[in-house]
Design a protein around this ligand. Structure first.
Ligand code: SAM
Length: 246
């Protein structure tokens, strides 16, 4: 069982930026920051699961006030240690329930992190928590995978998502429960490190229903941050729900 830092403890935090290096590429980050800055307008941004600041730091550099909610002290510590990292407020806690002062014109949950909440109740609670923190007309953005169930042959439960000379990743499905465990293996200094993280996968339509329960309405759904069309072939979506007037 994970400790109080959850699945992103000191061991994971110490290597997070390196092992997710390709996601720190400006070609990946800039379109995210462009869209979030546009949605923030003159307001502030709330990032759920802010991590080591991959998105929050460049967003803050655009002049957008950013606050984060983060379960892991180890991840937040890495953010704080970066240049200007201590200028970003981080509240330690579970983003499904943790409240912070103020309201925000945009809230975001990137990199499949919504699925770190492993029950439907917690995912619904998260939408309600976000809605309570949004300005009227404010937006909630989620970037998350469309689970590759179409590629899971009948009777199989495991699918490889990454195979290279130093890294291997396998998703293990429990279809009846919408459960998924992502098993990551990586060779580090000649030793095999393992990190297995449980998720509850969730289809776009279920997210839309969660949004409705929270008083939010779908505004846009794309397959990427550059507003690429979302189609039957898309393996992820970037969805934006807006808070309806009270
Ligand atoms: C995949 S990382 C993403 C970090 C950052 N948003 C990024 O895009 O690089 C997921 C982060 O969410 C945090 N997290 C996961 N579940 C959480 C929860 N229920 N409440 C708060 N933070 C959570 C983890 O500790 C981790 O830092």
């Amino acid at each position: 069982m994970p400790g109080e830092d959850g699945y992103f403890d000191e061991r994971v935090a110490a290597r997070y930026d390196e092992s997710a290096a390709e996601t720190f590429d400006p070609a990946v980050v800039d379109p995210m920051v462009d869209l979030l800055a546009e949605l923030a307008g003159d307001g502030a941004a709330l990032e759920l699961g802010i991590g080591t600041g991959r998105i929050a730091l460049p967003l803050a550099r655009r002049g957008v006030p950013v606050h984060g909610i983060e379960l892991s002290n180890a991840m937040a510590g890495r953010l704080r240690a970066k240049p200007s990292g201590d200028e970003i407020g981080v509240t330690i806690g579970d983003f499904a329930t943790t409240t912070v002062d103020g309201t925000f014109s945009v809230a975001s949950l990137a990199f499949n992190t919504n699925m770190n909440l492993t029950t439907q109740e917690a995912q619904v609670e998260c939408f309600r928590n976000v809605a309570a923190h949004l300005d009227p007309g404010g937006c909630f953005v989620i970037e998350t995978a469309v689970t590759e169930l179409q590629r899971l042959p009948p009777g199989e439960t495991v699918r490889a998502f990454h195979v290279s000379e130093t890294k291997w990743g396998f998703d293990e499905y429990d279809v009846a429960r919408q459960g998924l465990i992502s098993h990551h293996f990586e060779l580090v200094d000649g030793r095999l490190e393992q990190n297995s993280i449980p998720f509850r996968y969730v289809r776009p339509a279920e997210l839309d229903l969660m949004a409705e329960l929270a008083g939010l309405r779908l505004r846009e759904r794309w397959s990427g941050w550059k507003r690429e069309p979302f189609t039957s072939e898309s393996d992820q979506h970037v969805s934006i729900w807006e808070k309806l007037d009270a």
